[in-house]
Design a protein around this ligand. Structure first.
Ligand code: GLU
Length: 445
């Protein structure tokens, strides 16, 4: 029998200085510990010890030359966490905050997220502490080449299939794939999120944001509510926030905030035109990581060095980075009458913030359920690559919708509490965990 606190204490001793990883394990285990304690097969198979240790971790040096002809050195990693359900699958994050602990947390989350999609994908994650901020396009190209020169030793279309994440979009995936092909002479689905010209899937760039809105649609439908006229706060302005803004507008909701590390903008008219969406993409490609120019361009308010959670809204969608919404922010949102929270970044809410929403019985979706659309369409890209064909936009979008509806259904099945409240965190954790745990038992140790 397991006791949560003693298990976490031992895990901390084995994995010192990895607070995000410990936090992500605590979140999953707090939902599943009773399920494990009540299941003699899980106990006998030592599932908790085995599922919290990555299968393997690669750490490598990335050397590249900047435009001043200086040699630069970054750290590169790939964490292959668990392949019980299929090839390791998960993105690459290029951001100055990346450490091994960050990637272990993301890899751990990815196991259950991928399981929830119902597609045959295991969990992994990789990346580097390299940041595109202030870099030229040719510096990014040289960095990507050097990164892939090492990474290609560990990946393959049936082994481990990386994709994008923060700081890695179609441009970086293109450069990485170019180097993979140069070194291996292979045209395979070894990366997803590829540009359309060479094996990319339609709807993949939009998938995380669209998927999150489809998940939200199901949450509201469950309560006889609709997206029409809802006021939404989004954080971030990258690929995920972009897809979310587009789909929210199509659904009749109004996105009033976007944010960057420099602060946030309030656009009372809504981030709801082609021009505004295109500008978000343009901002991302300038490599400056600031949102302030949006306010100047569209004549709206910029609030420096603050987070968008102080703006009164019906729905909040953190779309930027882990721990971006804390207890203070949660209290402010609650005081302002927020009705739904949809964590679209990975672990965007701190534990205290998540608990505050649950205590108030505000429907709150965890990232591993709400943002699974990205990796789901990556899974569909793998299928298309394996079959050497291409599905239409409509085909991919309808599959994405069905997958998000399926994930919502799994959350309802495992997460409904006695008072009728759906605890989406508990539901997603239990549903995602059970499938992986069962597979691990069937595979033997
Ligand atoms: N980085 C995304 C995630 O956090 C997508 C991963 C993928 O497509 O493999 O799920």
């Amino acid at each position: 029998m397991y006791d949560l606190e003693s298990f976490i204490k031992e895990l901390e001793a084995k994995n010192p200085s990895q607070p995000e990883f410990i936090e992500s394990v605590r979140e999953v285990l707090s939902s599943v510990i009773d399920v494990v304690n009540e299941n003699p097969v899980y106990l006998k198979n030592k599932i908790l010890e085995r599922i919290t240790e990555p299968d393997r971790v690669f750490s490598f040096k990335v050397e590249w030359e900047n435009d001043d002809k200086e040699i630069c050195v970054n750290k590169g990693y790939r964490v292959q966490f668990n392949n019980a359900l299929g090839p390791y699958k998960g993105g690459l994050r290029f951001h100055s905050s990346v450490t091994l602990g960050t990637l272990k947390f993301l890899g751990f989350e990815q196991i259950f997220k991928n399981s929830l999609t119902g597609l045959p994908m295991g969990g992994g994650k990789g990346g580097s502490d390299f940041s595109a901020r202030g870099k030229s396009d040719s510096e990014i190209l040289r960095f990507c080449r050097s990164f892939m020169t090492e990474l290609q030793k560990y990946i393959g279309p049936e082994t481990d299939v990386p994709a994008g994440d923060i700081g890695v979009g179609a441009r970086e995936i293109g450069y990485l794939y170019g180097q993979y092909k140069r070194l291996r002479s292979e045209n395979t689905g070894v990366l997803t999120g590829k540009p359309l010209e060479f094996g990319g899937s339609l709807i993949r760039p939009e998938a995380t944001g669209y998927g999150s809105m489809y998940f939200a649609y199901n949450m509201l439908k469950e309560r006889g509510d609709s997206m029409e006229g809802k006021r939404i706060a989004l954080s971030g302005f990258g690929n995920v926030a972009w897809g979310a803004a587009v789909k929210a507008s199509e659904m009749g909701a109004k996105v009033v905030t976007l944010s960057g590390p420099d602060g946030y903008i309030i656009d009372e008219e809504g981030v709801n035109t082609q021009e505004k969406w295109a500008y978000m993409l343009y901002l991302r490609n300038t490599n400056n990581d600031v949102i302030e120019p949006y306010a100047k361009r569209f004549n709206c308010t910029f609030v420096k060095n603050r987070k968008p959670w102080e703006v009164p809204v019906d729905m909040a969608f953190p779309c930027a980075i882990q721990n971006e919404l804390d207890l203070k922010d949660a209290k402010e949102l609650i005081a302002n009458g927020v009705k739904y929270v949809v964590e679209t970044s990975n672990m965007g809410l701190t534990r205290e913030a998540f608990n505050a929403f649950i205590e108030e019985r505000i429907p709150t979706a965890p990232g591993k359920a709400a943002n699974a659309g990205g990796v789901a369409v990556s899974g569909l890209e793998m299928s298309q690559n394996a079959m050497h064909l291409k599905w239409s936009k409509e085909e991919v979008d309808s599959k994405l919708k069905a997958i998000m509806e399926g994930i919502h259904h799994s959350c309802l099945e495992e997460g409904r509490e006695d008072d009728g409240y759906v605890n989406y965190q508990k539901g997603a954790n239990i549903a995602g965990f059970k499938k992986v745990a069962d597979a691990m038992c069937l595979l033997g140790y």
